[in-house]
Design a protein. Structure first.
Length: 250
């Protein structure tokens, strides 16, 4: 299979025939937040049998399974080109594998059509890495697990399915998607602001404890370090331990 055929297959060309037919293609099945301008955006090619509003829903299917955002476009009959740069409402989407679903808005919207899109973590990814990323789908693993639980002996027990196997497959894609970075960034955003403030205080106190007295900027600070250095070090240590304990139990 040549590269064009692989890219076409990875992009997930979708087509729905009928009176309100939608056809959706994607110019490039991956984009990058950095690198050449041409790599930082792609074009969603939408063909409509008649004009109307179309809603796009982006679902991140790896390394996790969640709806990332949605937007609407007023389409005209015929060919429509929608440029997409990885942002929804001004928010840059994190690296990952996404499913882009388009559907007409209204009571007779018809069946949705879908294509695949990868937002990579670095420029110039290898074709094999893009193909591996497109093959990752945590949502499919979760759905299969739910079906198994529903039909198995543990049906109705309230157990939550695990997508560990799909996540490990996703992680083997050479780090293209920057999944580890994305998870780390999400963890940092979850930490309350006051913990960063207290952590900074602990660092300042510990820094003062090791600061030579003659390097102090004024006499009062020199006197503090000369007579109470141990207390400053103790206060810094206690503060740092408190931050660690608070983070663990938060």
């Amino acid at each position: 299979m040549n590269k064009n055929a692989l890219a076409r297959r990875a992009a997930g060309l979708a087509e729905q025939r009928g009176p309100g037919a939608l056809r959706l293609e994607i110019a490039r099945p991956w984009i990058s937040p950095s690198g050449p301008k041409a790599h930082r955006q792609t074009t969603l090619v939408l063909r409509l049998a008649r004009s109307g509003m179309v809603e796009f829903v982006l679902t991140r299917i790896a390394p996790d399974c969640r709806v990332a955002g949605r937007f609407r476009v007023a389409g005209r009959a015929g060919l429509n080109r929608v440029r997409f740069g990885g942002r929804i409402g001004g928010r840059l989407l994190p690296a990952g594998t996404y499913r882009v679903t388009a559907q007409r808005v209204g009571p007779h919207g018809g069946a949705p059509v879908r294509v695949g899109l990868v937002i990579v973590g670095r420029p110039n990814p290898l074709p094999a890495e893009i193909a591996a990323a497109h093959a990752s789908n945590v949502c499919a693993a979760v759905d299969r697990t739910r079906e198994s639980l529903a039909s198995g002996p543990g049906a109705g027990s309230g157990l939550r399915p695990s997508a560990r196997n799909s996540e490990s497959t996703f992680a083997r894609a050479g780090g293209v998607l920057g999944a580890q970075f994305s998870k780390a960034a999400e963890v940092v955003r979850a930490v309350p602001l006051f913990l960063f403030v207290v952590l900074a205080l602990a660092i300042v106190l510990l820094g003062l404890a090791v600061l030579p007295s003659r390097a102090a900027s004024n006499l009062r600070l020199q006197a503090l370090l000369a007579y109470h250095r141990e207390l400053v070090a103790l206060a810094g240590t206690i503060t740092l331990i408190g931050v660690a304990i608070t983070y663990v139990i938060w």
